[in-house]
Every structure is written in C-alpha cells, then in structure tokens.
Write a new protein. Structure first.
Length: 268
C-alpha cells in the first residue's frame, strides 16, 4: 500500500511544482486557437513572456503589480482602475491589447502595471509589443516580431525568422535557428545561432555585439565597430581595424554587424 501512496504524493507534488512555476497571477483566461495561430500582444507598461506548449489553446496569465508588489485583482477590478482589455479571437488567431485610459504621470509611483505570461502552441507566430517592459519568447517554431521601447529582449530555442527592436535594453538569444534582424539603441547583443537560413543583422548604437554561428558557412560580411574580433579564414575583401567588407568561403548568407561605440566578436 505504501508504494501507491508515495506515488500519488509524488505526482501531486510534481503537479503542484509545475503550477507554482507560473508564479502568482491576478487572473487567467484561455482561448481556443489553431495549431499555428497568429498571436498579437500589446501592452503599454509591463513584461510579456510567451512559452511554447503542446495544447491547441492559448493560456494567458495577467499579473498586476504596484511598486513591484503583486496585486490579486480580477479583470473587473482592473477595468475600474481605467484599464481596458481588447481581445479578439477569430479564425484561430488571437489579438490581445491592454490599454490604460489615463496615464497618471503625476503619481507614477502608485501606478499599476500589468504583465502577461502566455502559453501558446509551438507553431505560434507572435507579434509582441510593450512600451515599457521586457519580452521573452521560448520554444516557438515560427516567425516572430518583437518591439519594446524600454526593455530587454530574450529569445530561447526559436526556429524561424525573427525581427526585434528595443530602444533601451539588451538583446540575448540562445539556440536560435533561422534569420535574425535585431537592433537596440543602447544595449549589448549576445547569442548563438544553431542554423542561419538567410541573413544575420545586428545593430546597436552604444554597446557590444557577440554572436556565434555555425562554421564553414559561405558569408557576405558587412561589419563595422570600434573594435573587431573576427576570424577571417578563406576571406576575399577589405579589412581594417574598424570595418570589414567581403566574402568568406565564397560568399552567401549576409552577416551585417554594426555598433557605433563597442566591440564586435564573431565566433564560429
């Protein structure tokens, strides 16, 4: 009898720990979608995190905070605080936009911000925009578009073409396969590509760039920076301390890396 009891306890503990990983949330909503939906997420002031799941539905955990402290509030409570939730779920696609009807800049310390933690099908193609928050995407297998005005961007285990922009934040990516076009006005960019399908474009106005790509690729190099650490093998073109233009291994996929004030390192 002890083994079934212990097994039941272990399964219950595992389920509890799995739920606990999502952390506290104010309220949750679920939406039925297709296996490869287009998902649009807009937020004026809060983080947006999207994780791949095996379900043909999207689960959204809305997390309200004031001064960093978690608030257990319902959707109706937040609407009374002058937030609107514009949600459109049609043809297997989902569009969620959180808006604040009034911005109380005079009392910004007491403002509420709402983050979203989203679990979506693996083949979801996301268009994510936060005016003031970090964005995280993990485990998705489709094209992605990311924008944040003041936050970091983190991409993990993504397959597809990615476009990302932040005005003031770092960009990190790990185990990405596809094409990448990312830029930040004030931050570092760091990551590795498991496969480069078309082009790699990285730009920062004030920061360092360090990128790792597979070896032996045919590359068209267009690189400019204050300090360059690029292994030029089988290279045909022009190279100076601050600029590289030419072909490696006969040319092919575009690698464009640019920083106005920083170091560029390309690992292979």
């Amino acid at each position: 009898m002890k083994k079934p009891i212990l097994l039941t306890f272990a399964l219950s503990l595992f389920a509890f720990m799995s739920m606990a990983q999502k952390g506290d949330y104010s309220f949750k909503e679920s939406f039925s979608v297709s296996s490869s939906p287009n998902i649009t997420l807009r937020n004026s002031d809060g983080d947006i995190k999207v994780y791949a799941s095996n379900k043909n539905q999207v689960e959204v955990y809305f997390i309200a905070r004031r001064n960093g402290r978690f608030l257990r509030m319902s959707k109706a409570d937040l609407e009374k605080e002058d937030f609107t939730f514009e949600i459109n779920n049609s043809s297997g696609n989902l569009d969620i936009r959180i808006r604040e009807r009034r911005n109380n800049y005079m009392n910004y310390r007491n403002q509420i911000n709402i983050s979203m933690e989203v679990y979506a099908p693996k083949k979801s193609s996301c268009d994510v925009h936060s005016s003031d928050g970090d964005i995280v995407l993990k485990g998705l297998k489709a094209d992605q578009t990311i924008r944040t005005s003041d936050g970091d961007i983190d991409l993990v285990d993504i397959q597809g073409d990615i476009r990302g922009r932040t005005s003031d934040g770092n960009i990190n990516f790990r185990n990405v396969s596809g094409s990448l076009d990312v830029s930040t006005s004030d931050g570092n960019v760091k990551g590795n590509l498991l496969a480069l399908t078309n082009s790699l474009k990285v730009k920062t106005s004030d920061g360092n760039i360090r990128v790792s790509i597979p070896r032996s690729l045919g590359l068209d190099l267009d690189i400019r920076g204050e300090s360059l650490r690029i292994p030029l093998k089988n290279f045909n073109g022009r190279s100076t301390d601050h600029k590289i233009n030419g072909k490696m291994n006969g040319g092919g996929k575009l690698v464009q890396l640019r920083t106005s004030d920083g170091r560029i390192t390309l690992d292979m």
